[in-house]
Write a protein that binds this ligand. Structure first.
Ligand code: FES
Length: 206
């Protein structure tokens, strides 16, 4: 009698284990199949975005959305570009060794750009994700949103959430909460200063 009870319990446990396993497979398969059948909306979200930067004046910025994230395109002044190398000792990662960026951006040095005049980057602070504000002139004193950016501001970005500062190449300054430089997405330069975000054109790589 005891023996029979043991057998039936063992069968029940076996059925229960197989059943749970089947449900687990079903749940695991659903996201897998979804990733192989992206919706039109998902495709559109991941598609490259073309930006016409030809009308930008030096010191101006435009924002576009790519993959649901803000991308900043800044036309830097010659003055700001010339002095990008002057404040390396104030930066956390001046050579962008720990930055998220394509290899050709790292190779461009302090400019972090395919064309030094036009900087492209993710407008997302690397601390907690706020949108940094732009302050793209070199000035002895710069007040932005009521905040003193310090003496000899080299041009760059200020995050109003907790005070992180980045230079005009998106390189983060020391002693602020943000740990890393701003991220740079893959992009290509088209004709007449049209910039295509989200594609890598290997022929443009240095
Ligand atoms: S989110 Fe930018 S400083 Fe905190």
């Amino acid at each position: 009698m005891d023996d029979q009870v043991d057998h039936s319990r063992r069968r029940l446990l076996t059925v229960a284990t197989v059943g749970t396993g089947a449900i687990g497979v079903a749940f695991a398969a659903a996201p897998f199949l979804a990733s192989w059948n992206p919706s039109a909306r998902a495709k559109a979200l991941g598609a490259p975005v073309e930006v016409d930067a030809s009308k930008l004046e030096p010191g101006q910025m435009i924002k576009v959305a790519w993959r649901g994230q803000p991308i900043y395109v800044v036309r830097r002044t010659k003055d700001v570009i010339q002095h990008l190398g002057d404040h390396n000792d104030l930066l956390v990662d001046p050579d962008s060794d720990a930055s998220e960026q394509p290899a050709y951006i790292k190779a461009s040095g302090a400019a972090r750009a395919r064309n030094p005049e036009y900087w492209v980057g993710l407008g997302v602070c690397t601390h907690l994700g706020c949108a940094p504000l732009g302050a793209f002139e070199r000035r002895k004193e710069f007040q932005l949103a009521g905040v003193d950016l310090g003496s000899n501001w080299p041009g760059g970005f200020y995050c109003p959430c907790h005070g992180s500062k980045y230079d005009a190449s998106g390189r983060v300054f020391k002693n602020v909460p943000a740990p890393k430089n701003l991220t740079i997405p893959p992009y290509a330069l088209g004709k007449d200063m049209h910039i295509v975000i989200g594609v890598d054109d290997a022929s443009q790589n240095a």
